[in-house]
Design a binder for this molecule. Structure first.
Ligand code: ZN
Length: 229
């Protein structure tokens, strides 16, 4: 028996690992490239977020700054759009793309977009699942009398996989809302919309990579489990 983290099934994870690295590289590169391109609109991320929120009747959703890079998010509990330093006060295409995307989440919340509420209810399950899955699985793998722990580990891991899968429509939908709002005539010119779209597409790849990684991890656990029987 080899050390469990370095058995042959690790090979399964490698393509997903490569995809995740590539996606990180791509999102940072695209984000930085379009951070240097100022929009002709000359409004900041904050101002654009505020205007789109108001246009959608979301006057009570606040826009506030948050530290870090790419830490931007919409918090449904606090009903706040939080924009990172490089987005909040910037007039770049990256800033407007990210700001509109986060407001896209606030609009999803308002219209009761179903995958968003599925995702929210999966958060606690997925957190517990991703913490407990591996310890349970490997205890079951090494102690034959309680090998059923492997199955329990796989079920727990399944909750995390489900979370990553449900995240995909939520993120894609927020980006497509952002692109159609930015391109509706009152914000960006068509050539600028292309730039914004590139930033959001690059970001979408990081979610695809995370979902692929979790699916292949799960496959790996199932193969390891079956090789024990
Ligand atoms: Zn998002």
């Amino acid at each position: 028996m080899m050390f469990p983290f370095f058995d042959w099934t690790m090979i399964l994870i490698l393509p997903a690992f490569a995809l995740a690295l590539w996606a990180q590289f791509k999102v940072k590169g695209t984000y930085r490239k379009f951070s240097d391109v100022r929009s002709r609109l000359n409004m900041t991320g904050e101002q654009v977020a505020r205007r789109i929120l108001d246009q959608n009747g979301l006057h009570d959703v606040a826009v506030e700054p948050i530290e870090g890079e790419l830490t931007d998010h919409y918090h449904p509990g606090d009903r706040k759009v939080r924009l990172s330093e490089g987005i909040f006060g910037s007039t770049s295409l990256s800033a407007l793309a990210v700001a509109a995307h986060e407001v896209g989440h606030a609009i999803q919340h308002k219209v009761g977009y179903a995958p968003m509420s599925w995702r929210a209810s999966l958060v606690p399950v997925a957190n517990i699942g991703s913490m407990a899955a591996m310890p349970l699985f490997f205890i079951g793998l090494f102690v034959p009398t309680i090998s059923w722990l492997m199955d329990l580990g796989i079920i727990f891991f399944g909750a995390a996989v489900l979370f990553h899968l449900v995240t995909l429509p939520v993120e894609f939908d927020a980006s497509s809302r952002a692109v159609s709002i930015l391109g509706n005539g009152s914000f960006l010119a068509p050539d600028e919309v292309d730039g914004a779209k590139k930033v959001l597409n690059a970001a979408a790849w990081t979610y695809v990579a995370a979902a692929t990684m979790s699916l292949l991890q799960m496959l790996r656990l199932i193969i390891l489990r079956n090789s024990r029987e």
